[in-house]
Design a protein around this ligand. Structure first.
Ligand SMILES: *Cc1c(COP(=O)(O)O)cnc(C)c1O
Length: 424
C-alpha cells in the first residue's frame, strides 16, 4: 500500500492491505469516490451518520457557529452551544443523569466514566478500582477502555501486558449466568467500582443482542452489591436500536457514555453523563475531590452546534418511525439468508441487521460489496447493515439484496469445498 505514503490506517496491515479508496465527497447516503463512482453507505460511517451526509440543517448550524466561535478552551470559560446541549441531553436521558462531561471520542468518554467511578469511591473513603465487564463487550481502544473490553474480541492482543485485570462475566440471560454473576459479586463485589455494559447491542464485539430483562438483572445485581453501573451507549445512542436510547427506564445506570451519532456524524464529540448522586461525591471544599481530567478540545463549539442541530432533527423529522420502517424491511429482506449453509443466525434490532456466519471469515467479503457500489465492512463472523436512518426503501433493498447474494455466493462456494452435510 504505497499510494498513501505518509498515512497509517486503523485496524490495517499496511504491508498487505489493498489500497484504500480515495473519497472526494458525500451526500445523503452516498459516498463519492475520486474515480467518479458512488457507494451507498450501509454502515453510516462507523454508525455515526444517522441523518445522512451533509444534512442542510446541521451544515447551517456549524457554519453559523464557525462565524462566531469555532473554539475556546473549556476551563473557566463556557459557551451557549455546550450549555444548551448539556441541558437537552440531561432532559432526554432517563433518571437523574444530569451532569454532562464532554470529550472528543468514545474511548475517552469511557476513560472518563471509569475514572469517575474510581474516584467516586475514593472520595467516599473506599478503595475500589476494579471493574465488572461482560464477555463480547467492546468499549474502545485506549488502555483503560481496552481493559474492560473482552480480551477474546481479539482487537487488543498486543496490549495484553498493559491490561488492568478486571472481572469478566457472561451477560445474565438465564438462571446459570445470573447465578454465576451473583457468585462473582458475592466474592469480589467490594473491590469493584462499577459494572460496564453496552445496553441491548454489543457492537464491535460481534453485534450480539440482549433484552431489557438482562439489563434489569445487571442493574439489580449492581444495586444489591452497591456497585455503580455504567451504560456505554456510544453505538446504541440516538435511535440506532429503535428508541432514542437503548437504556430501558427500568435499568437506569449511574453513568452513561455517548458519542458516535451525537453530532449526526458531522464532528467528533463525546459525552459522559453522571447522575446527581455520583456528581455530589465530587463536591466539597477540597480540590482533591474534584475531577482532574480535561481534554483540550472538550465541548468544542462547532461540535456542540452540530449536536444541537442533530437533536433538532430528532424532534422535527420522523427519525424513529424511519428506524421502525428500516427494521421491518430488514427483517423481511434478510430472512432468506437464514438456513443457508454456513449461516449461523440472522437478527435485526432497530436499524441494525446482522447475518452471522459460522466462522470468522466475513472480512473477505468486503470487495464483493464495493464491486456492487456499496460500502459495508463485514468483520469477524458478521455481515451487517447499519444504514443512515434517512435511507430510501429502494436503496435499503439494494443493500439487503446484495447481502443475501454475497452471503449466498460465499455459502455455495465455501460449502461445496469443505462443508460436511449438515443433515444425514
Ligand atoms: C466505537 C465505540 C467506542 C469507542 O469510540 P471511539 O470514538 O472509537 O473512541 C466505545 N464503545 C462503544 C460501544 C463503541 O461502539
Amino acid at each position: 500500500m504505497t499510494c498513501i505514503d505518509s498515512l497509517w490506517l486503523p485496524y490495517t496491515q499496511m504491508a498487505t492491505a489493498p489500497a484504500p479508496l480515495p473519497v472526494v465527497g458525500a451526500e445523503g447516503v452516498r459516498i463519492r469516490l475520486a474515480d467518479g463512482r458512488e457507494l451507498i453507505d450501509g454502515i453510516s460511517s462507523w454508525w455515526t451518520m444517522c441523518h445522512g451526509y451533509r444534512h442542510p440543517h446541521i451544515m447551517a448550524a456549524v457554519e453559523a457557529q464557525l462565524a462566531t466561535l469555532p473554539h475556546v478552551m473549556f476551563a473557566g470559560l463556557v459557551h451557549e452551544p455546550a450549555l444548551k446541549l448539556a441541558r437537552r441531553l440531561a432532559a432526554l436521558l432517563p433518571g437523574d443523569l444530569k451532569r454532562v462531561f464532554f470529550s472528543e471520542s468514545g474511548s475517552v468518554a469511557v476513560e472518563v466514566a471509569l475514572k469517575i467511578a474510581v474516584q467516586y469511591w475514593k472520595n467516599r473513603g473506599e478503595d475500589r478500582h476494579q471493574f465488572l465487564a461482560f464477555r463480547e463487550g467492546y468499549h474502545g481502544d485506549t488502555l483503560g477502555a481496552l481493559s474492560v473490553t473482552d480480551p477474546a474480541c481479539g482487537f487488543h492482543e498486543a496490549m495484553a501486558a498493559y491490561r488492568v485485570p478486571h472481572f469478566f462475566a457472561d451477560l445474565p440471560r438465564d438462571e446459570a449466568s445470573r447465578a454465576a454473576l451473583e457468585a462473582l459479586l458475592e466474592r469480589h463485589g467490594r473491590k469493584i467500582a462499577a459494572a460496564i455494559v453496552e445496553p441491548r447491542v454489543q457492537g464491535a464485539g460481534g453485534m450480539r443482542f440482549h433484552d431489557a430483562a438482562t439489563l434489569e438483572a445487571i442493574h439489580a445485581a449492581c444495586r444489591a452489591h452497591g456497585l455503580l453501573l455504567i451504560h456505554d451507549e456510544i453505538m446504541t445512542g440516538f435511535g440506532r436500536t429503535g428508541s432514542l436510547f437503548a437504556t430501558p427506564p427500568t435499568a437506569v445506570p449511574d453513568i452513561l457514555c455517548l458519542s458516535k451519532a451525537l453530532t449526526g456524524g458531522t464532528l467528533p464529540l463525546a459525552a459522559t453523563i453522571a447522575s446527581d448522586t455520583v456528581f455530589a461525591a465530587f463536591c466539597s471544599e477540597r480540590l482533591e475531590d474534584a475531577f482532574m481530567h480535561g481534554p483540550t478540545f472538550m465541548a468544542n463549539p462547532l461540535a456542540c452546534a452540530a449536536a444541537n442541530a442533530s437533536l433538532d432533527l430528532f424532534e422535527t423529522e420522523p427519525r424513529l418511525q424511519q428506524v421502525a420502517a428500516i427494521e421491518a424491511q430488514m427483517r423481511r429482506e434478510l430472512e432468506p439468508c437464514r438456513g443457508l449453509p454456513g449461516v449461523a443466525d440472522v437478527r435485526v434490532i432497530g436499524a441494525i441487521g446482522v447475518v452471522q456466519l459460522d466462522r470468522p471469515v466475513a472480512a473477505a467479503l468486503r470487495p464483493a460489496f464495493v464491486e456492487r457500489g456499496l460500502w459495508l465492512r463485514p468483520f469477524g463472523d458478521i455481515v451487517y447493515l447499519a444504514p443512515p436512518f434517512v435511507i430510501s426503501a429502494e436503496d435499503l433493498a439494494t443493500l439487503t439484496a446484495a447481502v443475501c447474494e454475497v452471503v449466498s455466493d460465499w455459502s455455495t462456494q465455501a460449502c461445496s469445498a469443505s462443508c460436511p452435510l449438515s443433515t444425514p
